[in-house]
Design a protein around this ligand. Sequence first.
Ligand SMILES: [Zn+2]
Ligand SMILES: [Zn+2]
Ligand SMILES: [Zn+2]
Ligand SMILES: [Zn+2]
Length: 276
Amino acid sequence: MPNTAEDTIRYLMRLLECPVCLEPMSSPIEQCPNGHFLCHECRALTETCPTCGRRLKGYRNRLAEEFSMYLLAVQCPFSLFGCTKTVFPKDLKVHQEGCCFRPYECKICKSQLPLANIQHHFSTVHPLRILTLPVLLDVELDSNGRGHSVGCAIIAAHGRLFWFWRHLTEFSLFVGVQNCDGAPPPTPTATDTAAAATTNNEEAPTFMYRVKISDTNGHRELCFTGPVHPDGPRQSELVEQGKCFGVSRRFLLNLLDSGVVQIKLNVYAARQTDNA
Ligand SMILES: [Zn+2]
Ligand SMILES: [Zn+2]
Ligand SMILES: [Zn+2]
Ligand SMILES: [Zn+2]
């Protein structure tokens, strides 16, 4: 018999192991007419008790369910960063993926910080990198169409945040916009207030981005419109998969008259008409 409190907990936890899958059981917990337990998932696979063979009748054991609630629920691993949730092991993965306190990588400085702090991080560490729409940007190139421009900034628009990045390699220029998921919406500016008011729906609207690249006179231009990318993939993945805006150096050379090509970028809700 158990002596210490720890022994007791270990003993009870062993009792809460399903005899079939050996996983800790959580509510609902089934029992046979003889009182043997079985987890809900394994119950779905059998009509008879795996311990005594009696026919299962769909009885639950609420005492075991209560015990499992107290014994098995674990604190979210991001409690260090402020999460106060306790969850069952089987729900942990889903919770962690959506936890507001999960670590999040700032695409600008690559530092890892709790998602809940990202807004504060942006406004204190990168205040100059928060842009509003439309974004107008000049990319400088030498006469061979080469240049070095790798940049990432945040766009505050439509009551939310987006990542905006550009990457100029030896052969091509890439531009992409990604959702900045989970980050709380920025404090709305006067121009944003109307949009922010409409984005409080439960269903997140989808956003599109339009990149227009042109010479300084606006005579020649190239347009790209595509859905804003999810937050997850790295910039290099989107480039490799050809999902973002990409233009070859040959094309850039055609645009080049004063050593500069202009990028104009807009982000708009998918249903709205594009006025980029
Ligand atoms: Zn089981
Ligand atoms: Zn039984
Ligand atoms: Zn959490
Ligand atoms: Zn940063």
